[in-house]
Design a binder for this molecule. Structure first.
Ligand code: UD1
Length: 381
């Protein structure tokens, strides 16, 4: 019943929210090396603002999505349900032989459930990560997605261990590296080739010279007044040391207004940035402060000190080998972690195994059952 004949293997590659877009870009690019694969981009519409979505597609050199599901915002249940209903229709219309989901957002969960119930093979890229914090919506999304997926593509050792402990069969677990880092290296090369002066933040970056770079959007940090105020107090004090560049997520903007958050004038609030402009700023920062998952990995790959405004991380290799320090969300712990980050011995940082820009190539080799051509194993480490 699946479309695997004339068009070759029809694959749905699903993305819905900002952190998905950079993960699907290398997978999509690499799919074009395989003539028998018809890879269709499915955009669930979980993120829809120009800066959160379309600007990313342009930067990442992704084509227009083949299908746009227009799910939009809402409560978790409402958003997930809308994605499921729309995605089921898309699957029934096109009968893909394989659905690839990435990361841990609501779209990842919604589309894996739909596909599995239609008996479609599901591959999860960035499988096995666990924060062991079930108050995070992303943790629930990770657990449920991995409970139903068929193929697990893993970025770091902890993912292998978690999936084994959860009883997933060894032959379905593949330690391929990190597509986020594939994209990072690709974009870094693009940045080297282009003139930076066209970025709106060019003058600001030149004028500031040394600065910190901040992203902040997790419900656990911005939804409660006291927590957001505590973080803001830390930021205002940190900004005395170095000015802070802060591209602000729409959720954070809404909450900052609601809680009456006041930031020092040394905290420069910017609109959400495209991938390349964001990279252009954070790669040269003294340190990055963030509650994002992806930036913890990207800063580790480039050796930029990172202070994570969370109590835990599902990406422990960034702590053990990389540049990451967990800071929680108290003023004193954030300032203390920042101090450690700024004094870190950068020669001790290491890039985790297989974060080498080749993850997407390994994923397709596994999916199409081709042995690795360069002699490197893609099996469990
Ligand atoms: C989602 C992901 C999170 C990821 C983050 C990155 C889940 C559970 N969460 O969180 O893992 O780190 O994306 O951005 O999937 N909004 C806009 N414009 C948009 C999108 C959202 O204004 O294009 C506003 C809406 O008011 C919305 C709020 O942001 O209610 C939150 O959006 P939502 O998609 O629910 O979750 P994020 O916080 O973005």
């Amino acid at each position: 019943m699946n479309k695997e004949s004339a068009a070759g293997l029809v694959v749905f590659l699903v993305a819905g929210a900002r952190p998905n877009f950079m993960k699907i870009a290398p997978i999509y690019r690499e799919s074009r090396q395989h003539a028998g694969v018809a890879c269709r981009l499915i955009h669930t519409g979980q993120h829809y603002d120009y800066e959160m979505s379309q600007a990313f597609f342009q930067d990442l050199e992704l084509p227009e999505p083949a299908v746009f599901l227009k799910a939009g915002s809402g409560s978790h249940a409402a958003q997930t349900a809308r994605i499921m209903i729309a995605f089921e229709k898309a699957c029934l219309a096109d009968l893909p032989g394989l659905v690839i989901v990435v990361g841990d957002v609501n779209s990842t969960l919604a589309c894996s459930l739909v596909a599995k119930k239609l008996l479609i093979r599901v591959a999860h890229v960035e499988a096995g990560l666990r924060s062991f914090d079930r108050t995070m919506p992303e943790e629930i999304n990770r657990i449920v997605t991995d409970a139903v997926a068929d193929d697990f593509f893993v970025t770091e050792e902890s993912g292998l261990e978690n999936l084994r402990r959860e009883g997933q069969p060894e032959e379905r677990i593949h330690f391929v590296g990190n597509v986020m880092i594939d994209n990072l290296f690709f974009q870094l090369e693009r940045l080297r080739q282009e003139r930076e002066a066209h970025f709106p933040s060019f003058d600001l970056k030149s004028r500031l010279g040394s600065y910190l770079f901040l992203t902040l959007h997790r419900p656990s940090n911005v939804d409660r007044t006291e927590t957001f105020q505590e973080i803001a107090a830390a930021l205002n004090e940190a900004a005395e040391r170095f000015p802070i560049l802060f591209p602000m997520h729409p959720r954070t903007r809404k909450m900052a207004k609601q809680h009456g958050i006041r930031l020092s004038e040394r905290v420069h609030v910017l609109p959400p940035l495209g991938f390349r402009e964001s990279l252009y700023l954070w790669k040269d920062a003294e340190a990055v402060l963030t509650d994002s998952g992806g930036l913890q990995e990207e800063t580790t790959a480039l050796g930029v000190p990172c202070v994570t405004l969370r109590e835990n991380t599902e990406r422990p290799v960034t702590l053990s080998l990389g540049t990451n320090i967990l800071a929680g969300n108290r003023k004193s712990s954030i300032l203390e972690a920042l101090d450690r980050a700024l004094h870190a011995d950068r020669s001790r940082f290491q890039v985790p195994p297989r974060w080498d820009g080749q993850a997407a190539r390994r994923i397709w080799e596994v999916l199409l059952d081709e042995g690795p051509k360069d002699g490197r194993s893609v099996g469990p480490g």
